[in-house]
Write a protein that binds this ligand. Structure first.
Ligand code: ATP
Ligand code: MG
Length: 596
């Protein structure tokens, strides 16, 4: 098969598109693979669609290999199933909702647990029909708050989602493991540098869950790794262990001190060292202070609830960990109006004295108060005294104040101890490419999916759900593999096997190129053939580099000596081969290991 550039529906751009922030995304636009239709919504042009189809092929082959059966559900769906699972509300603003002409509520599917569960419920009644793995490769819709980097975070995107159905936990674990192995093969074949990390199960519920992250500085996810134990987790899923209690018997009673003009941790530490030095001679640091951060939660049903988080003053609340910890509620900073509603909160000087569900009776705020687990029982803190310009010193957790629980929301830092105690953590960023989940019985229970077991008893089916970002993979590979000249596709994903450039004005050049293209086609290769007549060699070479097909063949000047050039797009290595051998040589290059 040959794509002739003289007729191919393609226009490459010399200039960088203005609104593309990442290099791979810029190149996909410049090379004419995709076009933006609206924020987070893209059209696939012929070359782009070919890459997308190749990703789909990899995913499909590996899903079929573990016994997955492909089907397709509609993207346009009725409200009822999502109402029954609670997700009509839970998805919040991320859900595209619409109405049909009769006023029925509809939605564009963001993920399809409900449809799969209900369909299996309709069609399966006995344990004999399980285990079952179903999948689709289908367009999903999410009204993302921040669509980003083109295909990387779209509002319309393509996902492979699969679902496993089993009668018992052993079956679920086996299905999960099969998917995990298939995902390893998929991401190996896509040529991505990836890690498998523990993931937060989030609003989906369920227990065990792992993510496949492509290691990339452009990733929106941060993950940790411990070299000593191999532990790896998305920061959202890191569970910092509760610090063990410490002895507070030598800590003097708490005392309130004047600390005027110290609403921030830095000003507080400076004032404390200047006016209230420590008895042991060591200087106060931010880690000695307890910072109390106020937030407003909005629950899926719209109700609002204030929340206070207490954490050491040298740490910030991590947005993603917070989001995961409070999901499906959403957290926003405490606004002026919120402070006005709680006059007992002295902004900049808020302390545990007025925080906690039980404090209303004693004139406190009654706001739920959660502590970072690094705050040990018996530890002493410098913190707000709930009065402008005053802080309290030697305030001991468990002796002088309590909380309503703990929350995993503080930032994780390079060098922090691994939760498994094996050594320090390192941090890096990644792009979430896949997510595998042991859902358990949540959806089956909510939607009534039961089968008869061996003893004729009704049992609730246990499920897994597994996703791969198919369109995101195109973007991730582009980010991972491009160079300053253009895209650099791995063979498995390239829109063609060979990019053949014919340069010059002579008829013989084009005749020789035509013949070579024909030979390559006969050998089963797919060829992008630059047969354009009045385009300069320079432009053709630039386009070949931009498009990123891994093998470039040049039929041109060398023809006088009876040779053509074979060039490796990535390494730039070039060699000349005799015209008569060219097809064999190119085939050998494209399919190493197979006899030509
Ligand atoms: P993220 O944390 O990146 O928003 P998610 O956890 O919401 O992703 P899942 O619901 O687990 O995503 O979806 C399965 C897969 O679909 C993800 O692993 C990712 O590869 C892909 N995906 C999710 N959202 C998008 C999107 N907006 N654009 C492109 N791909 C996406
Ligand atoms: Mg996910």
């Amino acid at each position: 098969m040959a794509l002739r550039m003289s007729t191919l529906f393609l226009r490459t751009l010399r200039e960088d598109p203005a609104d593309a922030e990442l290099p791979g995304h810029r190149l996909l636009l410049r090379a004419g693979y995709i076009r933006r239709a609206a924020p987070g919504i893209y059209s696939w042009l012929p070359l782009g669609l070919r890459v997308l189809r190749r990703v789909e092929r990899v995913v499909r082959e590996e899903m079929d290999a573990i016994g997955g059966q492909e089907l397709t559900f509609p993207a346009l769906l009725p409200r009822e199933p999502y109402e029954a699972s609670g997700r009509w509300e839970e998805f919040g603003d991320n859900l595209f909702r619409l109405q049909d002409r009769r006023g029925n509520d509809m939605l564009l599917g963001p993920t399809h647990e409900e449809m799969f569960t209900l369909t299996v419920k309709d069609m399966v009644s006995s344990y004999k029909e399980l285990p079952l793995t179903l999948y689709q490769i289908q367009t999903k819709y999410r009204d993302e708050a921040r669509p980003r980097a083109g295909l990387l975070r779209g509002r319309e995107f393509i996902m492979k989602d699969s679902y496993s159905f089993d009668v018992d936990d052993t079956g679920l674990q086996a299905a999960y493991q099969r998917h995990r192995d298939a995902y390893v093969r998929i991401f190996d074949r896509l040529g991505l540098d990836y890690v498998i990390v523990h993931a937060h199960s989030g609003a989906m519920g369920g227990s065990a869950s792992e993510e496949f992250l492509a290691v990339s500085p452009h990733g929106e996810d941060t993950f940790v790794r411990c070299a000593a134990s191999g532990y790896a987790a998305n920061v959202e899923a890191v569970v910092v262990p509760q610090a063990p209690p410490v002895d507070a018997s030598a800590v003097p009673p708490a005392h309130v001190e004047d600390t005027p003009g110290t609403p921030t941790i830095d000003t507080l530490v400076a004032a404390a060292n200047a006016a209230h030095p420590r008895a042991d001679g060591r200087a106060w640091t931010a880690a000695d202070t307890l910072k109390n951060v106020l937030l407003m939660l909005t629950h899926p049903d719209g109700t609002r609830e204030p929340l206070a988080i207490g954490l050491p003053g040298d740490r910030e609340v991590d947005g993603k960990r917070l989001e995961a910890a409070v999901a499906p509620a959403e957290a926003t900073p405490f606004g002026e109006a919120d402070f006005a509603a709680y006059p007992v909160l002295a902004k900049g000087y808020i302390g545990p004295g007025v925080l906690g569900a039980g404090t209303e009776a004693s004139g406190g705020s009654g706001i739920r108060y959660l502590l970072d687990p690094s705050v040990a029982e018996g530890s002493a803190w410098v913190t707000g005294a709930d009065e402008d310009g005053k802080h309290v010193f030697d305030l001991v957790y468990g002796r002088d104040f309590t909380a309503d629980g703990t929350i995993q929301a503080a930032e994780i830092r390079e060098g922090d101890p691994s939760p498994d105690g094996a050594g320090p953590l390192t941090l890096a960023r990644g792009i979430e490419m896949g997510h595998i989940f042991q859902l358990g019985r949540k959806y089956a229970e909510a939607l009534g999916l039961r089968v008869l077991d061996e003893n004729g008893k009704q049992v609730v089916v246990t499920m897994g759900s597994y996703g791969v970002g198919v369109s995101r993979a195109v973007a991730a590979v582009a980010e991972d593999t491009h160079d300053e000249l253009g895209l650099c596709w791995p063979r498995e994903l390239s829109p063609a096997d060979v990019h053949l450039v014919a340069t010059g004005k002579d008829r013989e050049v084009f005749d020789a190129a035509d013949r070579l293209v024909e030979e390559l086609e006969q050998a089963g290769l797919e060829v992008v053939y630059d047969d354009r007549a009045r385009v300069s060699p320079g432009v053709k070479f630039k386009d070949a580099e931009l498009l990123g097909v891994p093998t470039i063949v040049v039929v041109g000047k060398g023809l006088a000596e009876g040779t053509v050039e074979i060039k490796d797009r990535v390494t730039g290595a070039r060699r000349h081969v005799a015209v008569a051998d060219a097809a064999t040589q190119v085939v050998a290059e494209v399919r190493p290991g197979t006899p030509g």
